[in-house]
Design a protein around this ligand. Structure first.
Ligand SMILES: [Zn+2]
Length: 407
């Protein structure tokens, strides 16, 4: 079946795995850096695309290089608000009706510049809310009955950081915890992050809908943050975990069973027996079969980021080798996401184009993928409101499909 660009653009979409600090408009980054007198490798779009935000990267380190510049401009409240606003607008303009924007607030905190956990989250919320209000009052929604736009914020804890080159907050933390094991410092910061998230959600009405664990996965398994996730769990906070991006299937198992993950970010290595390192797993293929069946049965959703996975795993030679096929063959619940719009040079529409061009996705399956993006979202409303929003979007999907002669 052939899906046209127009159809993919018009169909209602969501993005549940979207990093604020990887999704700036390139021109805003340049303007903001100039205003803040920050050094960039280039001050032109072409120059930055050649040196930093490339089409493909030789390794993860190169992929991550751009974040030092984006995080630097985000250490400013006005910039955070503007970037969040622009991100929501960019999504609205390509038919994305729901986004969950994630970032690690502790990477941006700098008391000297009034950047606190609360002011940072408030600024991001203000930008997103402004875009939401404008869109939901526009003619497109009011007169042409397009579905409304909604959003949530996911706060990320970092799996690993050190005293230098991460953020002023982390540097300070290491300073005051001078005699503490670095692993405990990292754990302490994650615990503080989840406590702050619950507090801001409950008492400041900031829609922090979930928590995430980001950063270097290898050597820093999710299970180490078990009690951080237990605290979120007890407080009815939704949970996702970056897992199976760099580590094997056993890391995904840990994220689900020990951290109660509702969703998994990437889950890429789930179908790679050679990535399994746990010595007690003797029959690796059977383990993968059992685990994928377990995940599918739980309806735990995999947030699939095709372009990003290709860029950070140069070992994947062709998109058709991506394990998305195995995920679909095993009837797992998946949703298509961008990860980083700037760093991965992508949009939600482009990711769908890539998916439908390279994998066999009949209409019914495509509709399922779109539906999971709404049904398994951490929508800030209650369950009844979430269902209603998903229903409206799926009815709109049918309308668009009909218009394009697909049903
Ligand atoms: Zn990510």
């Amino acid at each position: 079946m052939k899906y046209t660009d127009d159809f993919l653009f018009e169909m209602p979409k969501s993005d549940l795995h979207l990093h604020l600090d990887g999704s700036l408009r390139i021109n805003s980054l340049i303007e903001m850096a100039k205003k803040m007198k920050l050094e960039l490798p280039s001050f032109t779009e072409e120059g930055l695309k050649e040196n930093v935000f490339k089409k493909s990267y030789s390794n993860l380190g190169e992929y991550l290089k751009g974040f030092q510049y984006t995080c630097a401009v985000l250490r400013d409240l006005e910039n955070i608000e503007q970037i969040a606003y622009e991100l929501a607008v960019d999504n609205q303009q390509e038919g994305v009706n729901y986004i969950e924007v994630r970032f690690a607030p502790q990477l941006l905190i700098d008391k000297k510049k009034s950047l606190t956990f609360e002011s940072i989250l408030s600024a991001a919320n203000k930008g997103l809310n402004k875009a939401k209000t404008q869109y939901n009052n526009s003619d497109e929604v009011k007169i042409h009955h397009k579905p409304e736009f909604h959003y949530g914020i996911i706060a990320c804890a970092m799996r690993n950081f050190g005293p230098k080159n991460y953020s002023p907050y982390y540097t300070n933390l290491f300073d005051v915890m001078n005699y503490t094991d670095p692993t405990d410092v990292v754990h302490f910061a994650a615990m503080e992050m989840v406590r702050a998230s619950v507090e801001l959600r409950d008492n400041k009405s900031i829609p922090i809908v979930g928590i995430d664990l980001a950063g270097q996965e290898e050597g820093f398994p999710a299970g180490r943050f078990k009690d951080v996730y237990a605290f979120a769990h007890k407080n009815f906070m939704h949970k996702t975990v970056h897992a199976g991006e760099a580590y094997g299937a056993e890391s995904i198992f840990e994220a689900i069973t020990e951290c109660h993950a509702d969703r998994i970010g990437h889950g890429y290595s789930l179908f790679m027996p050679n990535r399994i390192l746990a010595p007690e797993i003797k029959d690796k293929n059977k383990y993968i079969q059992d685990l994928s069946s377990f995940i599918a049965d739980q309806r735990c959703v995999i947030e699939v980021c095709l372009t990003s996975n290709m860029q950070t795993n140069p070992a994947i030679k062709s998109i058709r080798e991506h394990k998305f096929k195995d995920m679909m063959d095993n009837r797992m619940a998946t949703t298509i996401c961008t990860d980083n719009r700037l760093v991965s040079n992508t949009t939600v529409t482009k990711e769908y184009r890539l998916a439908v061009d390279n994998f066999k996705i009949p209409m019914k399956r495509l509709k399922d993928i779109v539906a999971y993006g709404f049904k398994k979202s951490f929508h800030p409303g209650n369950y009844v409101e979430k269902r209603e929003f998903a229903k409206i979007n799926m009815q709109y999907f049918d309308k668009v499909a009909k218009k394009h002669g697909l049903v």
